[in-house]
Structure formats: C-alpha cells, structure tokens
Design a protein around this ligand. Sequence first.
Ligand code: SF4
Length: 66
Amino acid sequence: MKETPQRPVIVPPAGLCENCIHSVKIRSDRGSIFYRCQRAMTDSSYEKYPRLPVLACRGYEETAEA
Ligand code: SF4
C-alpha cells in the first residue's frame, strides 16, 4: 500500500488568546489548533472562535505565570 505524504501542519500565532485566561486551546483531529473564547458564552460581542492572531481585545486578561 502506498503511503500518503504528510502535509505539514501550520499553526498560526494566536496573539493575545495564547495567554488569556478566557481562552481554551483545542486541537482538531488533523492537528489544527483553535482557540475558543469563553467570553463568547455570555457575551455575543465576542467570537466563539476568534480569527487569529488576535492583536487587540478589550476582554483580554493575562494568565498568571506559574
Ligand atoms: S477575551 Fe479576547 S484575548 Fe481572551 S480569549 Fe477571548 S478573544 Fe482571545
């Protein structure tokens, strides 16, 4: 059986969502990375899956460093 060549997975920079307490990082079966904004659950002015990279956001709150 002939193997299908693997295409490289390109992960775009997430910008602010990368380290925002309101983001949830999701990896699809194909290896793509999405960031779901939890603020969108209660505020329709936020996109559930914001277009990346998010460069400015009024709801951004930085995660505390461990
Ligand atoms: S509040 Fe803004 S920065 Fe934070 S997860 Fe939502 S869209 Fe991203």
